[in-house]
Design a protein around this ligand. Structure first.
Ligand SMILES: Cc1ncc(COP(=O)(O)O)c(C=O)c1O
Length: 384
């Protein structure tokens, strides 16, 4: 009997970061620190792609999820649940929006936003921003400038305009525009801030044209930038806001938030998701929002941001510190990747961005102030 030679097995995990993946294996975390398989500790200045506002393993968050798992671990939106109602009420109170629809990821929240906006207005076009990022599913990718060329043909009827250029936006508006979709500050592009007053001017242009304003606050929202929604800082209330990342404190959950007027255009059964609004996700949302409130973490995020800016902007080789709260872009006078690696060697986990010279910092809001001094000293040493 002949036996066919064994074929090499494919790796079981698709590693979608390739060479960009950091060379450490994390096994544990506590507060603002994470630990690798050799027991080395790192200050987490990246928060898992801007997710962990509460840090790792917050005891109240752990207890809330465990209690919910023991009580009612899963059911879909086919039936109401008290925990989903409480999470939606808390989220709307926190963000000033009227209605929440829970989904599982930022991209999915944006898919829902696009669907709802096009149907609500009966118009096909979405105006979106050059260098913006909204996720990697097909609809979200259609309004995402980055990565779109890897997956042609692009999805949807989308008009791109330069971020921060209000005249270009006005020129792109028309009676066929369903919505303008943008991040209030562009995160993955490198914490790129528009000129003051830009977001309010975009809102006015939308109102004038009868288009909806969709603010993608997946990265900037839920306290990360020192505000429940960053659009609040500009006095803007979007028709639709999407949130994710920090919303569940690390539990995968996101939401499409909308005004009552927008919600009234959505008919029962028009949109849905099996896992969205599940009891564990909603327990995580409720616990996260309660902890943010009880520990004053949104205000703390804002104060940490000021301190970080003060300490880091003094360092030679740091040309500018952009952003606010625990969401900063350090514009270096050289490529950020080697600096990220040198900081990792010294026990600091930081992120990079779409701008090769920008180091992105998104630590949890529970970061102790002492870690800021430690980071500043190490950054100074590696840039010297
Ligand atoms: C602004 C913004 N929108 C949407 C997304 C997509 O979120 P998710 O990765 O949860 O699908 C991201 C992710 O980085 C983001 O930064």
């Amino acid at each position: 009997m002949s036996v066919a030679p064994a074929l090499p097995l494919p790796p079981p995990l698709l590693d979608n970061l390739g060479a960009a993946q950091l060379p450490v294996t994390l096994v544990r975390g506590q507060g603002a620190r994470v630990f690798d398989d050799a027991g080395r500790a790192y200050w987490d200045f990246y928060g898992g792609h801007a997710v962990t506002m509460l840090g790792q393993g917050h005891p109240r968050w752990v207890a809330a999820i465990a209690a919910q798992a023991a009580k009612l671990s899963f059911c879909t939106t086919m039936t109401p649940t008290p925990v989903r109602d409480r999470a939606a009420t808390a989220l709307c109170a926190f963000t000033g929006m009227d209605v929440a629809f829970f989904v599982n990821s930022g991209a999915e929240a944006n898919e829902a936003a696009l669907k709802i906006a096009r149907k609500a207005t009966g118009r096909p076009v979405v105006v979106s921003m050059v260098k913006g990022f909204h996720g990697r599913t097909m609809g979200a990718l259609g309004v995402t400038y980055k990565y779109r060329d890897q997956h042609e043909p692009a999805h949807g009827d989308v008009r791109f305009v330069p971020f921060g250029d209000i005249q270009a936006l006005r020129d792109a508006m028309g009676p066929d525009v369903a919505a303008v979709m943008l991040e209030p500050v562009q995160g993955i592009a490198g914490i790129v801030e528009p000129p003051p007053g830009y977001l309010a001017a975009v809102e006015a242009a939308c109102r004038q044209e009868g288009a909806l304003l969709i603010c993608d606050e997946v990265q900037s929202g839920i306290g990360r930038a020192g505000w429940p929604l960053l659009s609040m800082k500009e006095g803007v209330r979007p028709d639709i806001a999407t949130v994710g990342k920090g919303l569940g404190g690390g539990f995968p959950v996101a939401a499409t938030l909308m005004t009552e007027a927008v919600a009234a255009t959505v008919q029962p059964g028009e949109h849905g998701t099996t896992f969205g609004g599940g009891p564990l996700a909603c327990a995580a949302v409720e616990a996260t929002l309660n902890i943010l409130r009880d520990e004053g973490l949104v205000g703390r995020a804002a104060r940490l941001g000021e301190l970080l800016k003060l300490e880091l902007s003094k360092i030679e080789g740091v040309n500018e510190v952009r952003g606010g709260g625990v969401w900063l872009g350090l514009v270096l006078d050289r490529p950020a990747k080697p600096i990220q690696m040198a900081l990792l060697e010294r026990g600091f986990m930081c992120g990079t961005s779409g701008d090769p010279n920008v180091l992105r910092l998104c630590p949890p809001a529970v970061l102790p102030e002492s870690a800021i001094g430690a980071l500043a000293a190490s950054l100074q040493a590696v840039l010297a």
